[in-house]
Write a protein that binds this ligand. Structure first.
Ligand SMILES: Cc1ncc(COP(=O)(O)O)c(C=O)c1O
Length: 467
């Protein structure tokens, strides 16, 4: 290891999230130093089209001066103040009002946090506090779903339904349950329609509620489109059916809008796209276009009323972070929401997303591709070892990660979720950039075919993709 170059210094100094730490010791990092539009540049001057908007969040790309200026202006005016103990900050009030004005269903109050994980940890605590307030101390279990992603703090990682987020971290904590992942392509039965599959998912949720005892089940949390689990869209009628089960047993519904919120699906909210009526909403990422860490929890009037009564009884609502409602993150978030509006980002997404979705669907014919899925400007291509049986590759072959690495070679950054390759470009992407993203993906896909042939993992007879 060369400790004087930036890769060596990184290896010597930094513990990386979501990284194979052993491999990192030898391979080191890709060091990114600059950004411009939908592109980022590494320390050697090579540019990459950022096909995942960083971590699904840099919706306005990597060089939006208006956000830098909003931060600078606020830093000069009031760099920090807090919202504890009856204090407030003017810009935070404005942001809360703005969020309430664009909420997908009527919401009463906004609680600010610094990340999606903190937002989801907060809702877990609010659900428990709420049920204590309304005299239902047994009603505490929160249902999540296999393959859900809700974050990595202790409660939010427990909600997450991915095995590696629990394994050896001694999670999940008590009172968190997981029901089936509603991915029709993977878990639908032969001959079953999407609607029938959704019905089976809702029946099985109801059975689980009954076996747990409805008086012990407090809430269900769901991403409108499951992100890190593989960009999984809800099957037709799924959320209608799930929401009527929840209503029947007086169970709260929490929408995790951390990825879907702020235009990703072509509407302001995934909840609007899929007609969800949540009692609480969690957001982060696109709220500040990734420029500063901020998230928000929105709660209904009924929940707020209960919190008020309980805090009156106890004397205080003892929850909050030093940076809850931070003035600079609030200023940047407010400017982000104003830019979405002023620049017509929603209508841009609506007009441009069919090009990305159609471009992705072209790969459905490819011999290595099992399913192509997506909505708005988010999508995925799932690679399979056998198209007919839908069998996946042995994870040990790391086929998805190989494709992503080849993408880097061709100047494209994507994310492998197992063998599903996720696309979630900045919302400002234009037609030529979408075409370039798909061209570079195709090159990486063909490199992957070559690698699999050379290693004897697919028969030589697999034809190359006919354009
Ligand atoms: C749907 C969803 N919820 C929550 C989170 C956690 O957010 P953070 O990484 O900001 O804690 C993420 C992050 O990817 C997410 O995709």
């Amino acid at each position: 290891m060369n400790k004087t170059n930036s890769a060596g210094r990184d290896i010597a100094s930094t513990l990386h999230p979501y990284t194979n730490l052993k491999v990192h010791e030898t391979d080191g990092p890709l060091v990114i130093t600059e950004g411009e539009g939908v592109y980022v540049r590494d320390e050697n001057g090579k540019t990459y089209l950022e096909g995942l908007a960083g971590l699904w969040n840099a919706s306005l790309g990597f060089s939006e001066r208006r956000l830098a200026e909003a931060a600078y202006r606020q830093m000069l005016k009031l760099p920090f103040y807090h919202t504890f103990a009856h204090k407030a900050v003017d810009i935070g009030i404005e942001l809360a009002e703005k969020l309430l004005s664009i909420a997908p269903v009527p919401m009463s109050k906004v609680f600010f946090v610094n990340s999606g994980s903190e937002a989801n940890d907060t809702v877990v605590k609010l659900v428990w506090y709420y049920n204590n307030a309304v005299g239902r101390p047994k009603k505490k279990k929160i249902i999540s779903r296999a393959k859900a992603y809700h974050g990595v703090t202790v409660a939010s990682a427990s909600l997450t339904g991915l095995p590696n987020n629990h394994r050896d971290f001694d999670l999940p904590i008590a009172n968190i349950l997981h029901v089936e992942c509603p991915h029709f392509y993977r878990f639908g039965k032969p001959g079953e329609t999407e609607e029938a599959f959704a019905g089976r998912m809702a029946d099985s949720l109801e059975q689980r509620i009954l076996s747990e005892g409805p008086d012990t089940v407090a809430a269900l949390i769901a991403e409108p489109v499951m992100g890190a689990g593989g960009v999984l869209l809800p099957p037709a009628t799924y959320f209608d059916k799930i929401q009527s089960v929840l209503k029947k047993y007086d169970i709260l519904f929490i929408a995790d809008e951390v990825i879907c919120g702020f235009g990703r699906t072509g509407e302001m909210w995934g909840s609007t796209t899929y007609d969800l009526k949540p009692d609480m909403i969690t957001t982060a990422k696109g709220l500040s276009a990734g420029y500063l860490p901020i998230g928000a929890v929105m709660i209904s009037e009924a929940i707020y009323d209960a919190l008020v009564k309980q805090s009156e009884k106890i004397g205080v609502f003892s929850h909050g972070f030093t940076y809850t409602g931070h003035p600079v993150t609030s200023a940047v978030a407010l400017e982000t929401l104003n830019i979405y509006e002023r620049d017509g980002i929603l209508s841009h997404v609506r007009s441009i997303s069919p090009r990305m979705q159609a471009g992705l669907r072209r790969f459905a014919e490819h011999p290595l591709v099992g399913e192509v899925r997506g909505v708005g400007l988010v999508g995925a291509v799932e690679l399979v070892a056998d198209k007919a049986t839908r069998a996946s590759f042995d994870p040990a072959h790391a086929v998805g990660p190989y494709l992503v690495k080849r993408g880097h070679h061709h100047g494209l950054i994507l994310r492998a979720l197992g063998d599903s390759i996720a696309f979630c470009p900045p919302l400002i992407i234009n037609e030529a950039e979408i075409d370039l993203m798909l061209e570079r993906f195709e090159l990486a896909l063909e490199d992957t075919v070559t690698m699999l042939r050379e290693r004897g993992l697919i028969p030589n007879a697999v034809p190359v993709f006919a354009k």
